[in-house]
Ligand binder design. Structure first.
Ligand code: ATP
Ligand code: MG
Length: 606
């Protein structure tokens, strides 16, 4: 059954195949496969539904799956793409143990840190082991035991290995499993410059991996979490079912976590206050054409929308003034346009200290600050911070610092002076990209990869030292780099599917071509079957990876399965077509169809 067609490895390389190992072709009559009409009741995302319905995976326990033949081919294809890019980037493949002595994890202090996230077991001598959730401890001691000089470095070792995390909520199928396939790489350098270069090589390789996998993704600067360390980036695949919100630009590579995202600053409506330091009020002369600030009676209207409606202005014409207190006792105001929200992270950065918005107790202590009626011209405020959007409008409607009253025509620089102009608003979809100006998107993302500059966190505690040119010892500088291979597969399906099933990108598809034979019941049945068999043999001989639906099933069943399974190209041969000497080709992703002369099928599929 397996054809060991080891020819043309370079050609297959670009498709991420194990050219000399993989079975290139398969008859569905023999394939270990049952497709399901309905998704299991517990499936909560489309990737899980389709992969189970398509007979790619089967659930064995929460977050633990069996990979059936088609699934295991996808797994192997994605792993192979990762392997090739790691090898090209100079990393060397190793295989580290899954069962690891807990003692090692105690030495690094992570035994406690991982807590119940780690699967633990005892051997017959009562020695503690864990099922590895990641492998910094083992790899660091491995390198420590072999290498000790700057001349040995740099080195980057990777493995593609099952990882185990007893996740609190295993869910979304392969997206958050308890057993999952991860590529983890670890770099060791003598010096920061080397670490930066190793990191860059991995960062670039990751881009190539995810591009080849057909994912729409962006990188974001990330918090380091349990790994510790400094610089790190997450690779986020755009998907509605992702667990993290993030902001990204479709036109360029800009992306950021929602808290860290910024928009291109709106242009000031006129010469505004200085970017830092007290704003100048010398602009009063240029504002002479504007009416003076006047108070209006707005009874029982402490909210933006109510006042805006009452006064016949848009919420964006109102100035929102949020009062806050810093931990060191200063009183502040954050000014943003009325239709925008204040981003607490940005405000915290601008304040440079801990702060909290005034709550009811705070307002009770400051009767001079009437909640819902605060204006930026209040004399008793220590820090007045304004978003650049505040300078984009000349005159504002805002609070009068008096209950039941607002003011019209409050002019920046004339009636109030922010101490500083800093980005404060939460970025929303459509805001201009700070890099290129195109409209930003706010979406959810799946973390498919993560790269860290660990520094000396593990090399210090586990004693991975190198001797420099002068004979002095230093801890090696480490980076670690993960890709969730099984999660990537789910992310690919999330992006590449339609109502009928999966639409695999060619580089990861289990087979490139799905050959469908429709002999029917008529006189030509035997002939169609024979011609289909021949076509299958020709495709195999040409090295095309082909799945052949030679089953005794109805056209409806065969078409539905072909769409569900999602090979990139379907070739259908029936009696009518054969009479005309053609087979029909359908491109799964686009639904485009055309006829191919029977003797041109092989070259078209190659
Ligand atoms: P998450 O924040 O999603 O829990 P993590 O940041 O803990 O992930 P890392 O330690 O960075 O994960 O692991 C490297 C990669 O392994 C992740 O980027 C992700 O693609 C994958 N991964 C992590 N946990 C899981 C899981 N439970 N199931 C599937 N893949 C996972
Ligand atoms: Mg991570």
């Amino acid at each position: 059954m397996c054809q060991h067609l080891g020819r043309e490895p370079r050609k297959w390389r670009k498709f991420g195949r194990w050219g000399s190992v993989a079975c290139r072709a398969m008859r569905m009559s023999r394939l270990f496969l049952r497709t399901l009409r309905d998704a299991p009741a517990d499936a909560d995302v489309e990737s899980q539904r389709l992969l189970v319905r398509g007979g790619y995976i089967r659930r064995v326990a929460a977050g633990i799956y069996t990979w059936l033949p088609l699934g295991s081919r996808v797994l192997r294809n994605v792993a192979q793409i990762v392997r090739e890019e790691m090898d090209d980037a100079g990393a060397q493949e190793v295989v580290l143990p899954i069962a690891q002595p807990l003692e090692l994890w105690r030495q690094s202090g992570r035994d406690e840190l991982y807590g119940p996230l780690m699967f633990r077991l005892l051997d017959r001598k009562d020695t503690g082991f864990c099922l590895a959730p990641t492998a910094e401890e083992v790899i660091t001691t491995t390198v420590r035991n072999e290498y000790s000089s700057y001349r040995d470095l740099p080195v980057n070792l990777y493995q593609i290995q099952w990882k185990y995390r007893d996740e609190l909520r295993p869910r979304f199928g392969l997206l958050r499993g308890r057993e999952f396939l991860m590529k983890d790489a670890y770099s060791f350098d003598a010096g920061h410059e080397g670490l930066r270069a190793s990191y860059r090589a991995m960062y670039d390789a990751y881009h190539r991996v995810f591009e080849r996998c057909g994912l729409t993704f962006r990188t974001v600067h990330a918090q380091s979490g349990e790994m510790g360390g400094d610089v790190n980036h997450e690779f986020m695949a755009v998907a509605a079912v992702g667990e993290d919100d993030f902001v990204w630009c479709r036109a360029c590579d800009y992306a950021a976590n929602v808290e860290a995202a910024r928009r291109a600053e709106p242009a000031p409506a006129q010469s505004g206050p200085a970017e830092s330091g007290p704003a100048q009020s010398g602009r009063a002369s240029t504002d002479a054409d504007l009416p003076a600030m006047t108070e209006v009676f707005t009874p029982d209207l402490p909210g933006i929308d109510g006042v805006a409606q009452f006064l016949g202005v848009a919420p964006s014409e109102m100035l929102k003034c949020l009062a806050f207190e810093t931990d060191d006792g200063r009183l502040g105001l954050a000014l943003v346009p009325g239709d925008r929200e204040v981003d607490e992270h940005a405000l915290g950065e601008a304040v440079g200290a801990g702060f909290s918005f005034l709550d009811d107790d705070g307002f009770a202590r400051r009767p001079d600050l009437p909640k819902g009626y605060i204006g930026p011209h209040h004399p008793g405020i220590d820090i007045v911070l304004a978003d650049p959007g505040v300078l984009a409008r000349r005159a504002w409607v805002t609070g009068a610092n008096r209950v039941d009253h607002h003011v019209r025509d409050a002019v920046v620089g004339r009636d109030f002076d922010p101490h500083r102009v800093v980005p404060l608003v939460t970025v929303v979809a459509g805001d201009p990209c700070p890099q290129c100006g195109a409209g930003l998107s706010v979406d959810r993302g799946i973390e498919v990869g993560h790269v860290f500059q660990l520094g000396t966190k593990y090399s210090k505690t586990l004693g991975a030292l190198y001797t420099d040119e002068r004979g002095e010892q230093h801890p090696m500088l480490m980076g670690c780099y993960g890709i969730g291979i099984s999660r990537v597969i789910a992310a690919i399906v999330e992006e590449h599917h339609d109502d009928h099933g999966i639409c695999w990108p060619a580089a990861v598809a289990p087979y490139g071509v799905h050959l469908i034979s429709l002999p029917g019941k008529g006189d030509a049945a035997a002939e169609v079957r024979a011609r289909s068999d021949r076509l299958y043999d020709e495709l195999r001989a040409a090295g095309v990876e082909v799945l052949y639906d030679d089953r005794d099933a109805s056209p409806g069943v065969k078409f539905a399965d072909a769409d569900l399974l999602g090979m990139p190209v379907q070739i259908t041969l029936g009696a009518k077509g054969m009479a005309r000497g053609v087979a029909e080709r359908k491109v799964r992703a686009t639904g485009e169809r055309d006829d191919l002369a029977l003797d041109a099928v092989v070259s078209a599929c190659r």
